[in-house]
Design a protein around this ligand. Sequence first.
Ligand SMILES: *Cc1c(COP(=O)(O)O)cnc(C)c1O
Length: 356
Amino acid sequence: MIIQKSTNPRISTFDPQNFSFGTTFIDHMIICEYENGKWGEIQLIPYGPIGFTPAMMGVNYGQACFEGMKAYKDADGQVFLFRPEKNFERINKSAKRLAIPEISEEMFMGGLKALVDIDREWIPQGEGMSLYIRPVLFATEEALKARIASKFMFAIVATPANSYYTAPVSVKISDHYSRAANGGVGATKAAGNYGASFYPTQMAMEEGYDQIIWTDDCSHEYFEESGTMNVFVRINDTIYTPKTSDKILDGVTRDSFLKIARRKGIDVVVGNVKVSDVIDAQRNGTLKEVWGVGTAVVTSIFAGLGYQGEHLELPQLSDEESFAVQLKNDLLNIQTNRAEDPFGWRVLVEENIYSA
Ligand SMILES: *Cc1c(COP(=O)(O)O)cnc(C)c1O
């Protein structure tokens, strides 16, 4: 690894009580370039711009994908990643589907640990705090030819993240737009998936909703995901979530919720979640909760559902009654080293790895 430490670090200006998530960047980043059929050396360098022209293939033809993950600091200042091997596997799954050369474990894990280690002071400590990490992989070749690029970049950047609290939102069940199709790229974190979702989301917002529950592209009869999160539905005391597929992203939070729920003895069904069943359950009072899960906010609890012009309210449960809140708290306690880690999910980031 090539290490070039920042000579102008900004850490002394960072106020963990007052910063903006997503636009405050830590002092360093990882980059690694692919050329002539192979990945070059991993570089740990100061965060900043890298030069490209508008003919960069990644922005013209969309060979671009990313990951989203977090590092947490416990009460003693130890730093942990959460199931990072899942993100490593998934970025290569996305890369493969987009005909981007796969990356090595050393690039991903080695780069990640070195970056988090060198900038560990940027990780805010305390309730709801973390460092949000964004590995990204994109075509850099300068050529206006619609074919697989021959030059790529792998990079990792990171931004401090604060409180998980998000007000309950209302979501529109899509009966027209789709996020993913059979045989498509829905199961990958392809950059284009997000670009394609903004317009339908904007339309839903104009109707007063905060987000969309995506349904299957053929019939719009089955739940798939909610916004950029996996979706859970609780009817009576059973929780349901769609099975992952070509069209549904295999979320780390989803998988962790399922494992924690099963361990707690909650009934879990992974399979088709039919829109009409959810609507019926709302009408007969058995629909208890609907929520989304993903790394960024962990859990987003829905207050209401919109379906074909009708607004359906969801019950407001106390924290003790809510499975979503209980599962979220259990997960956070594992992530932040406040609870036992029966699944072996935490990965300690040792100190001074970057200089090794
Ligand atoms: C990232 C993402 C998720 C959540 O995945 P996590 O690994 O839990 O963060 C769910 N759905 C989509 C479409 C996503 O992009």
